[in-house]
Write a protein that binds this ligand. Structure first.
Ligand code: ZN
Length: 158
């Protein structure tokens, strides 16, 4: 189906926004992170995860809700970086938003989309397990980064 769940792209964008010091660099890295995350084995080649299947819209909706919740929580916990987090998450998801244009335009033969497709070399049902592991791991990493930031802030300034 040519995409990993949006949640994992969003989590990657959040982690980059929290760790990369230069905002412009963070946004660029967030955009390119999309293709690295897409190269991780993910769910595909299964009937319920195909447009037109009655279950498919529910998966998109759940993914959307989890993504929104994740971005909202991270922005809330790192308010000073909220704007950068939002921009990085958008940049990290942007290549998948371009699929909408791709299908609306009648699947144009353009290198960007061919590359975006080719990068997703593994899309099988078992790939869903890696997606869940990635989501849990990335969430834990972000929680750790935020807790570290809090400790740093709580320490008296020298
Ligand atoms: Zn993608």
């Amino acid at each position: 189906m040519h995409f990993m769940i949006a949640l994992n792209h969003a989590l990657t964008g959040e982690a980059i926004a929290l760790t990369v010091r230069r905002p412009a660099l963070a946004v660029v890295l967030a955009f390119f992170s999309h293709f690295i995350v897409d190269a991780i084995p993910h769910l595909g080649n299964v009937a319920f995860y195909t447009p037109g299947n009655p279950v498919f819209p529910y998966i998109l909706a759940i993914d959307g809700l989890l993504t929104t919740a994740s971005v909202a929580i991270t922005c809330h916990c790192a308010r000073d970086k909220a704007r950068l987090i939002l921009v990085c998450v958008f940049a990290a998801i942007l290549p998948d938003i371009l699929w909408l244009w791709y299908y609306a335009a009648g699947r144009p033969d353009f290198w960007f989309f061919n590359f975006h497709k080719a990068v997703q070399w593994y899309e099988q049902p078992i790939g869903g397990a890696t997606e869940v592991c990635y989501a849990v791991g990335a969430s834990l990493l972000i929680a750790y980064i935020i807790s570290k930031r809090r400790v740093k802030k709580a320490l008296p300034k020298k």
